[in-house]
Structures are given as structure tokens and as C-alpha cells.
Design a protein. Structure first.
Lengths: 368, 250, 535
């Protein structure tokens, strides 16, 4: 297995993982060890901002796994991201403990405000990090499993699947807006103080979170890569290109789809969990369908079916978003809209996919 | 009839199916014996492809029985279950995995574990590689094994799909218009191939090309409006007045 | 016997006003003076006396008191009130005094006084000439249940000619009698039955107040029976009302989705900018109204009929532009179309935000859109009625275009077999473009209607896009009738779920149900079957 893996490990993949590991070390160092006066110092806010980009990159990677390799265009992946985020948010809320405004040792502030007397069952055990980590993976996975099982077994494909994934995240959006769901309603969860005992706002905590995000992105990449270069990945591609042919060869297409969908949802959940402590808030708007569609464009920009491209696309688009919404807020939606149109019309393979074609051509090799 | 059932690889009895009032199959019954080669002819809309859809689980019949291998009811199973039982199908329009190489296409088809777990953690064995090489030589695509299937000619795709069918090693092959888009030489070769694999496998061929059907030298069933119009040797069927009326023309 | 005496007494007091005036002329001023005090209890008693006095000015005086227009001269306790023109009238003579009175003090009212006033006025207007006033008076008695008005009621019931007014009188009497502990049992039972026939929420409340503590067993039974009847009727009414709301929501969904039924259902284009076509229609309505407001305010009621064709044109043109520049390169690639049109939708939203601002824009309702039509407790708002009719009209018109025009014929030909249609000489790209423009234009028309019930903001379209897709998919792609049925059934389901589960939860349940439904029947209610639909 190891040898096979290495055989399939091309230069792009090695470069990507190495870069990630490098920045996981260098960025925190430049933030913590280099004095603020130095030109090489990276301010803490930038560390968290980049950490956010990397969390998005992990989400994009998860999406590319299902869309790029299996043709499942999920317009609801933001939901899994948000679910993972909420699981982490609940842990962070319970970490506040008696340090909240109402100083209730158990109940988060918003529950005291709503005059609740007891912790809802959904919040039990979220004061344990182990349980939280389990839930971060489990909740998105289980929802993806149930949803995928029904959808793929009844052969909902293509656009129909996109529409119902969108409805899924929309239904969750409405649900999380409700106060009596017990997840903070409209305001969501925020004002976090500590994570595993470390102050969330501290530069060292933020640097660590950044490094962790880079690490998890690398791990997610390796996992996704291992899946797509295996026979499993070959069958996924077969399903994407000729689903009924695959079925007539005796493959249980729905099993493959459910499996890849669940793995992808779990990755998205982890991305959300890494995102929340770095941005300091999670609220129902993370479930909004437009977020999920935005994630799709990251993948399309970078190049779907390339994994590396998805991650790069996420970082690039979000960098552009930060810059444009800061400097020319009016222009951002025009820019994003134009990006959707131009990429689908002129760059269907995305940046990385198109680069690969150019490289091939320069080498003079054939497409195969 | 019971005698037929135990001897048969495929037993289709009184199958009807209709789409929005249109009766695609109307009380269709026929039996294919083990190892038999059978040609099915008939005009467009006679129900040939629908019959294949029913056998392979793509369409459910409104009523009637479809029994495989003497005892297995096919009407309650889906495509992958039926494929796993040992029924292979070649589509009318050649359907191969265009984005993958010829070799990979065959590797995907080779009989073996099909579950998602095994595909994640299992690796190809020596046997399957041999099997792939053998199939490649049978379908004469050995030189092209690293080409993308999408870059093959129409006839080559037909061959590749037949090869995939062979690699599956099914008990029953359903072959829908295998020689469309082939040269005469290729057509002859296909007829030879299909006759040679019959015996070991049962083969049902749907074809319009009458010289090809003649070359198969097998029992012919002519369908019309969803049921069997005539059955017998090619000479008997092509001499049948009604077959001439509805299909062959005078 | 007692009752007859009562009636006679009432007749004497109330009807023989002239005689009373003649015989008690001197008492008139005395009676009025009872109001000239600061003691609320005295005023309360005085009101009853004035009401019973038969003075020509009695009604005016009591009305003046109710409106705080009544004053008295501290010196001699003479009463004056201000008339409509604001000049003082002497209550005793009901004429203008020779000189302006001075040293006036207002007669004050508290809640008890006000209640007494209402009852007194109620019984007085029971005899008004205008039947509407008599009904209003009966309703006032119904609410106050003032035992003192009973005599008056009995007398007016006896001589009332108008059946409707008489019914109100009897209901008022029933309201009084039902909870009058010393009334005869037969009267109270009859009252319960009467209220049961009236059958509204007020009657139900009155009947609910009857118990063993204040009534005989028979009365209680009668009250319970009547209450049950009312509850049943009210439940039925609320079902009908829910069905109406559901129908109304359904027609909104129909309007929002019907354009999509063309672009998505018929052409297979995933137009995520569909909601923005609706939004453009709504903004067109806004612009039309703005122009009318400044240039020709008299035409305001015509603003919607003017906006409809304009909205169609605006959205159709934008649709045409999108099809020619983007979508035509993406036919056969539905997921790419989805992304590109999402981009279009973002740009259109931002464009509208730049042009009109991010805030809601005020779109007014023409006169015929406002108002309520009450059908025996079942309320039909004209706005909803118009939208339902409009939705159906658009549906029928679209059906007509598809079935009855040459464009429709070509559309159907291209959809069924593009290559064959092209071979027949149909210019398929043109048909594609026109079909898309038609779908977009219909969305624009929907925007005119939706501007009446929703906030006109750049986000208007976003709130409809998911619902629209669900309606089309639920109804069955490629089938306008499916869209109609899908929209109406989703609307009804939503409104019947709302009272049970609450608005948001109801919506969530519905989404879950649709998701499950699509998984059961991926091709919707009216699925096309057979080989044609595969791949």
C-alpha cells in the first residue's frame, strides 16, 4: 500500500503538502518569535485571517472530493461545515463557564437570558473536548449518511440532487434561527474565552490554531488523495462519467456515493470546527445556501477534480473577497458574479486544471 | 413449460410494460437455454431494448415473470444485483468510460469484489492482470491499452464494450446492436467472436443487420409490438409471411 | 305578568317622550342637573335618568358627555354642550343661549361612567331611524349586557319590521338574558339557542360563562350544546380560512415558479437568476409608480396594469441578454449553467442595490387591492383575491401560448427533438432565446404581483428561488399542470401546517417532506415515463 501510494504521489502533491507543513511552522514563528517592529513580523489578525482561508480550503477540498471526482454537485456543503462549527462553538460556550455575563457555571449566557433553567440534552458532554471532537466528525457524517442513503438509493442525481442539498441547508438555516432549538438563535454562539484551557484571543493560541488548520488541510489532502488514486477513486470517476454503465458492471453505485459523501461531510465538519475559534463566532448565516454555492466557485476557480486546485481556489477567492470588500465594497458582488460566469465559460478546468494542460502541451505529451 | 424453466438461463413469461398508455411489451414470452446463442430482430419500437431493460433491472415490468438460471426472479432486483448474478449488457450506443484508458476500462469490468470497502483497501491481483491481457488480445486492442477510451473509433468502442462484457465473465450476455458502425470485416469478426463464446455463455444479440444475424447461425426471435411474432431458424423466420410484412419487406 | 309591567313601563318611559315632556316639563332641568356634579356615582345615575327622560336634547347631551364636550355652569348647574361647529348649546332648551355662558366646568367621565353611557346611548339609539344605527346599538347592548336595557329591547323587538335588525335585537336580548340569574329558565335556554345560532367568538365566550353556579341544569346543558355547535362552526371556518390562505400562498408560489417551469422544466436550464427576474419585475412596478406619483397621480390605480407589460419586457430583455451571452454556450451542461446564472444573479442584485439602494422600496397598493369582503365570518382580502386570480390568469395565458401559438409549437418541437426540429427548418437558437425570454418575462410579471405582498428589496428574488425550484421539481419537470398542482398543494400544506407546528417549523417540516418526496419520486408528481426521459 505504501509503495503504491508513493508511486502515485506526483510532484504537485508533494509540493502542496510540503508548502502546507512549511507555513504551519513559519507563519506561527514569524508571528510569535519575530518582534513586532521587524518587517518580517506577521500580526496576529493576519494569522487568524489566513487560518480562516485554510479552513475554507479544507471545505473546498471536501467539496472537490464529491464534485470533482464523483460528479455530486452539493449545494449544501456549507451545512456540514456549519454543523462542525456549531459543535466546536458549543464546546467553546461551555468553556466560558462562570466567566459569562450572567456568571452561570453551566448555562451559556443566551440560555440564562431566555430564562432557561436546565441545559438541553443536546448540550450534554460538550464540556469534554473528546466528546466534542467526536461530534464534530459524527454529526455531519450521520446527517450526510442519512441524507445520502435516501438520495443516492433513490437515484436522485445531477441537478435534482443539487436542489435538494440546497433545501437541506436552507431547512437547517431556518431551524438554527429558532431560539427554542437551543443553539443561540439569530445571534449564534460567540464571546468565546478559552479553548482547552488556553485563552482564545491569545496570539499563541491563534498561532497554534493556524498551524493545526494547515496540518489538518494537509491530512485532509492526503486522505482525499489516497481515496482518489485507489481503485475506489477509479470507480468514483466511472460513476461520474457513466453511472449506469458502472451499475451494469455490478457496482453498487449508491454505496460508493454514500461513502464518499460521508467522508467529505466529515472533512467539511472538521473545517468548520477549525474555522469557529479563529473567527470567534458561529451563527445560522453559515447555513445560508449562498455560502455553499460560494464554496462551489472556489473549487471551480482552482480546478475541480484536482484537490490542490480546490484548496488554492478557496484561498485566492477569499483573499480577493477580503481585499475587495475592504477597498471597494460595491465591487465585490460584481467581481464574484463575474468570476462565476467567466470561470464556467472560459476556464472550465479552473486554474490548476488549465495549467496542467499547458504543462502537458509544453512537454509535448499526449493527453493520456 | 416447467421443463423449459429448469433448462433455461433466461425464462421470460407473459411480461407486459407500458409507458403512459403505450404498451412497449405486450405479453412477451420466450426462453433462452443455457449456453444458447439467440438473435432477436424486429422493427423499431418492437420492444427489443425494453426487453433488455427488463432483464437487466432498469425497468420493472407491470406484470409477468423473468426467471434467471432456472430459479432466480429478476423482477425484484436492481441493476447491480442482476449484474452480480452474472448478466452482462452491452448498450445500443457504445458506453465505455471515456476518461479512462482501455486497460482501466477492462480492469473495472473484470469479475471480482465490487464493494466500496474492497475497492478502497484491496489491490489488483495477478490473475486479473492476466485476464485483462487475454481480453485485450481477444478484442484486438492490445496496442491501444494505454489510450483513453474516449479517443477510440466507434467500432473500437463497440469492441471495447464487448471486451468489458467478456471480462465480467457472465452467464448471460445481452448484446444490443453490436455491429453498428463497424466495417464488414469487423462485423464478420464480431459474429465469429459471439459464436465462439456461446456454449460457455448464453448470448442474446439484438441486431438489424440481417447478414450478421445469418452469420450467427442461431435461433432467431422476431419481436413485433411487444410480443413474439415468429421464432425459429433464420430461414424459417425470414420466410414467415408476417415477418416479411412488418419487418423485412417484400 | 311582571314582564308585561316592565314592557309597559318601558313604553311609558321611552316612547311617550312627548307626553313625558308635557307632564314633567319642570323636571327636565332637574334631571339634567343631576349630571352637573363631580361625583362619578351621581353622574352614572344621572345618565340613566337623562336617558329615560325623553328630553329632545337627551341624546345630544349624552353624546357630548361621551366626547367630553359637556360642561356645567358652577353657579346654577345649568348644562351646556358644544355642538359640531364648536358653539355652546343650552342642554335644557336645546338652543343656543343668548349670551356666551361663563364659569363653565367640564363634566368628567371615568370608565364606569363610560360604560353607563354606552348602555344608555345603546338603548336610546335602538329606536334610531337608520337601521345601521339600530344594529350598532344592538351590538353595543350585546357587549354591555346591561340589564336596564332589557325593557327597551323587548319593546323594539315587538315592533321592528326589518328582519336583520330584529335578529340583532334578539341576539342582544339573548346576551342579556343568558347570564341574568333571575330570568326564567325557558328564556335563558332560548337565549343559549339564539347565541348558538349567532355562532361567533363573543357568543362562545358568553356561553362559556354559564355554569352550575349561575344557572339551572337545563340552561347549562343548552349552553354547552350551543357552545359545541359554535366551536364546530368556528373550526370549519378556520379550515376554510386556512384553505384560502393556502390557496393564496399557492398562487404566490405558482407565480414565482411558473417562469421557472418554462426555463427549467421545459428547457432544462438551471436558472439561478430566476429570482432576480422576479425582482426586476417588482422594481419595474416601483419605477412605474414613482413616475405616476410625480407626473399623473390620478392614474395611480392603473399603475399595476401599466407595470405588467413593462415588467414582462424588462425581464424578458434581460433574459434574452443572458441567454445570448452566457447560457447558449452551456446547453447540455446543467451544473455549469447553475453556476454561471448564480453569478448573473449576484451581479443583478448588486446592480439593483447600486441603482435603488439596499433598503426596501415602497410599492403602494391601488384601491381595489385593499379592503376585506366578509362572508359570514369568512374574510376575503381583495389583495389576496386579485393575486389568486392573477396567478391563474398568467397560468392560463402561458398554457395558451404554449399550446396555441406558433412559437409554442416550435418550442415543443425543439424540446422533443432538437435535431429533427432543426432539420425541419426551425431556427432552434432563436426558439431557445425566445423561450428563455418568455420564461424570464413571466417571472417579471410575477414580480409585479409579488411587489404587493413582499418587500421590494434587492434580496426579493433570493427568497423565492429555492421554493420555486421545489415547486417545479415537486410538480414534475416539463409539465405546467404539475407546476400548478405543485404550487397549490405546497401552499395548502404550508398553511395547514402553520397552526399546528408554527410558521418556521412548518416550513422546515415541509422542506423535509419534499426532500423525502423527491427521493421517492425523483421526477415529481407528474413524471414522464419511458425511454425519452432517460439521460
Amino acid at each position: 500500500m505504501i509503495t503504491f501510494f508513493i508511486r502515485h504521489f506526483d510532484r504537485t502533491a508533494i509540493g502542496f503538502v510540503t508548502t502546507l507543513l512549511l507555513i504551519a511552522v513559519v507563519v506561527p514563528l514569524l508571528n510569535l518569535a519575530v518582534p513586532e517592529s521587524s518587517a518580517f513580523h506577521i500580526p496576529t489578525y493576519l494569522v487568524s485571517l489566513w487560518g480562516k482561508y485554510l479552513a475554507y480550503a479544507l471545505l473546498a477540498l471536501a467539496l472537490d472530493l464529491v464534485w470533482g471526482y464523483c460528479g455530486i454537485l452539493s449545494l449544501g456543503h456549507g451545512a456540514f461545515f456549519a454543523l462542525g462549527g456549531y459543535a466546536m462553538g458549543m464546546y467553546l460556550m461551555r468553556q466560558i463557564g462562570a466567566r459569562g455575563v450572567y456568571a452561570d457555571p453551566v448555562l451559556p449566557d443566551f440560555m440564562v437570558f431566555l430564562n432557561w433553567k436546565e441545559l438541553p440534552i443536546t448540550w450534554y458532554f460538550f464540556d469534554h473536548i473528546g466528546y466534542t471532537l467526536l461530534m464534530i466528525v459524527l454529526v455531519p457524517s450521520v446527517i450526510a449518511f442519512v441524507f445520502g442513503w435516501f438520495a443516492f438509493r433513490s437515484r436522485v442525481t445531477g441537478v435534482y440532487l443539487s436542489i435538494i442539498t440546497q433545501s437541506l441547508t436552507y431547512a437547517l438555516l431556518l431551524a438554527f434561527f429558532r431560539n427554542d432549538m437551543g443553539f443561540g438563535g439569530n445571534n449564534g454562539l460567540t464571546d468565546f474565552k478559552y479553548i482547552i484551557g488556553f485563552p482564545v484571543q491569545a496570539a499563541s493560541t491563534r498561532a497554534t490554531l493556524f498551524a493545526l488548520t494547515a496540518l489538518f488541510l494537509a491530512l485532509g489532502f492526503l486522505l482525499a488523495r489516497a481515496m482518489v488514486v485507489s481503485r475506489f477513486g477509479q470507480i468514483l470517476a466511472s460513476i461520474r462519467d457513466a453511472e449506469s454503465r458502472t451499475r451494469f458492471l455490478g457496482y453498487r453505485v449508491e454505496h460508493y456515493k454514500v461513502l464518499v459523501f460521508v467522508v467529505s461531510a466529515a472533512m467539511a465538519g472538521i473545517a468548520g470546527a477549525l474555522y469557529v475559534p479563529q473567527v470567534g463566532i458561529i451563527n445560522p448565516s453559515e447555513f445560508s445556501p449562498s455560502n455553499s454555492i460560494e464554496a462551489v466557485i472556489w473549487v471551480a476557480v482552482g480546478g475541480r477534480g484536482t484537490l490542490v486546485g480546490a484548496a488554492i481556489g478557496a484561498v485566492l477567492v477569499n483573499f480577493a473577497k477580503t481585499w475587495l470588500t475592504g477597498s471597494f465594497p460595491e465591487l465585490w458582488l460584481y467581481g464574484l458574479g463575474a468570476l462565476f460566469i467567466l470561470v464556467t465559460l472560459f476556464l472550465p478546468k479552473g486554474i490548476v486544471g488549465s495549467l496542467a494542460v499547458v504543462v502537458q502541451r509544453m512537454k509535448g505529451g499526449s493527453a493520456a | 413449460m416447467n421443463l423449459d424453466l429448469t433448462d433455461s438461463i433466461l425464462y421470460v413469461d407473459a411480461v407486459s410494460v407500458s409507458f403512459d398508455g403505450f404498451k412497449a411489451l405486450n405479453d412477451l414470452s420466450f426462453v433462452v437455454g443455457r449456453g444458447e446463442l439467440r438473435a432477436i430482430i424486429g422493427p423499431n419500437g418492437a420492444g427489443k431494448t425494453t426487453m433488455m431493460d427488463i432483464v437487466t433491472g432498469k425497468t420493472r415490468p407491470d406484470n409477468g415473470m423473468v426467471i434467471f438460471d432456472g430459479s432466480i426472479d429478476l423482477t425484484t432486483r436492481d441493476e447491480s444485483a442482476i449484474a452480480a448474478l452474472g448478466i452482462g449488457r452491452k448498450f445500443q450506443k457504445p458506453t465505455v468510460f471515456e476518461g479512462q484508458t482501455v486497460e482501466d476500462n477492462l480492469l473495472l469490468a473484470v469479475e471480482g469484489p465490487r464493494s466500496a470497502w474492497s475497492s478502497l483497501f484491496g489491490w489488483r491481483s495477478r490473475v486479473t492482470v492476466d485476464q485483462v491481457l487475454e481480453t485485450l488480445s481477444t478484442i484486438r486492442l492490445g496496442d491501444l491499452k494505454h489510450r483513453l477510451a474516449g479517443s477510440l473509433s466507434h467500432g473500437q468502442k463497440q469492441w471495447l464494450e464487448i471486451g468489458m462484457l467478456l471480462a465480467q465473465n457472465p452467464k448471460l450476455l445481452l448484446v444490443d446492436e453490436p455491429v453498428a458502425g463497424m466495417t464488414d470485416a469487423e462485423t464478420e469478426e464480431t459474429a465469429r467472436l459471439l459464436t465462439s463464446i456461446a456454449g460457455e455463455h448464453a448470448v442474446v444479440v439484438v441486431e438489424h443487420d440481417m447478414s450478421f444475424v445469418r452469420a450467427l447461425q442461431c435461433k432467431v426471435t422476431c419481436l413485433h409490438e411487444g410480443s413474439v411474432l415468429a421464432e425459429g431458424s433464420i430461414d424459417a423466420v425470414s420466410a414467415n409471411d408476417r415477418v416479411i410484412d412488418v419487418y423485412l419487406g417484400r | 305578568m311582571l314582564r308585561r309591567l316592565f314592557v309597559i313601563f318601558g313604553l311609558v318611559v321611552l316612547l311617550a317622550g312627548g307626553a313625558v315632556r308635557a307632564s314633567y316639563a319642570d323636571d327636565a332641568t332637574l334631571t339634567l342637573k343631576r349630571l352637573a356634579t363631580d361625583n362619578y356615582a351621581d353622574i352614572e345615575l344621572g345618565i340613566a335618568a337623562v336617558a329615560a327622560s325623553g328630553l329632545p336634547s337627551a341624546e345630544a347631551v349624552l353624546n357630548a358627555l361621551a366626547d367630553s364636550r359637556l360642561s356645567y355652569r358652577s353657579a346654577d348647574k345649568a348644562l351646556f354642550f358644544k355642538d359640531a361647529s364648536g358653539s355652546w348649546i343650552d342642554a335644557a332648551t336645546n338652543t343656543m343661549p343668548a349670551e356666551q355662558p361663563s364659569g363653565l366646568k367640564p363634566v368628567k367621565v371615568n370608565n364606569r361612567v363610560r360604560r353607563a353611557l354606552e348602555a344608555a346611548l345603546g338603548s336610546m339609539t335602538l329606536m334610531a331611524a337608520d337601521p345601521q344605527k339600530r344594529i350598532a346599538a344592538a351590538e353595543a347592548v350585546f357587549k354591555s349586557r346591561d340589564v336596564n336595557t332589557l325593557a327597551a329591547l323587548e319593546s323594539v323587538i315587538a315592533k321592528e319590521q326589518d328582519a336583520v335588525v330584529k335578529r340583532h335585537f334578539e341576539e342582544a336580548r339573548a346576551a342579556v338574558l343568558l347570564l341574568k340569574v333571575d330570568a326564567p329558565e325557558s328564556d335563558r335556554v332560548a337565549a343559549a339557542e339564539r347565541l348558538g345560532e349567532r355562532g361567533d367568538q363573543d357568543s362562545l365566550a358568553l356561553l362559556g360563562a354559564v355554569s352550575e353556579a349561575n344557572a339551572s341544569a337545563n340552561t347549562v346543558v343548552a349552553a354547552k350544546l350551543a357552545a359545541k355547535g359554535i366551536s364546530r362552526r368556528l373550526a370549519l371556518l378556520s379550515t376554510v380560512q386556512n384553505a384560502w390562505y393556502g390557496l393564496s400562498l399557492g398562487s404566490v408560489l405558482l407565480l414565482a415558479a411558473i417562469g421557472l417551469a418554462i426555463t427549467f422544466g421545459v428547457m432544462g436550464i438551471i436558472n439561478m437568476a430566476h429570482g432576480e427576474m422576479v425582482m426586476l419585475g417588482a422594481y419595474t412596478t416601483f419605477v412605474v409608480q414613482e413616475i405616476i406619483r410625480t407626473k399623473a397621480p390620478g392614474l395611480f390605480d392603473w399603475s399595476l396594469p401599466i407595470a405588467i407589460p413593462l415588467a414582462f419586457c424588462v425581464s424578458a430583455l434581460v433574459g434574452l441578454l443572458i441567454e445570448r451571452t452566457i447560457i447558449r454556450y452551456l446547453y447540455g451542461r446543467p451544473l455549469e449553467t447553475l453556476l454561471a446564472t448564480w453569478g448573473v444573479s449576484l451581479m443583478l442584485q448588486q446592480a439593483v442595490r447600486s441603482a435603488f439602494g439596499a433598503n426596501n422600496r415602497e410599492v403602494g397598493a391601488p384601491s381595489y387591492m385593499s379592503g376585506v369582503w366578509d362572508l359570514n365570518g369568512f374574510q376575503i382580502t381583495y389583495g389576496r383575491l386579485w393575486i389568486i386570480l392573477f396567478g391563474l390568469a398568467v397560468f392560463v395565458a402561458l398554457l395558451g401560448v404554449i399550446k396555441g401559438t406558433s412559437l409554442g409549437l416550435k418550442m415543443r418541437a425543439v424540446i422533443q427533438n432538437r435535431r429533427m426540429a432543426a432539420a425541419m427548418g426551425i431556427r432552434t437558437p432563436l426558439v431557445d432565446a425566445l423561450t428563455f425570454a418568455l420564461g424570464s418575462g413571466v417571472a417579471g410579471i410575477a414580480g409585479v404581483a409579488l411587489s404587493q405582498i413582499d418587500n421590494v428589496s434587492p434580496n426579493l428574488g433570493q427568497s423565492y428561488i429555492i421554493d420555486s425550484f421545489l415547486v417545479v421539481v415537486f410538480g414534475g419537470v416539463g409539465n405546467l399542470w404539475g407546476t400548478l398542482l405543485g404550487a397549490l398543494s405546497l401552499g395548502l400544506a404550508n398553511k395547514f401546517l402553520e397552526p399546528i407546528a408554527g410558521a418556521v417549523l412548518g416550513k422546515i417540516i415541509l422542506l423535509a417532506v419534499i426532500i423525502l418526496f423527491i427521493q421517492r419520486r425523483p421526477r415529481g408528481l407528474f413524471a414522464l415515463k419511458g425511454r425519452a426521459v432517460e439521460q
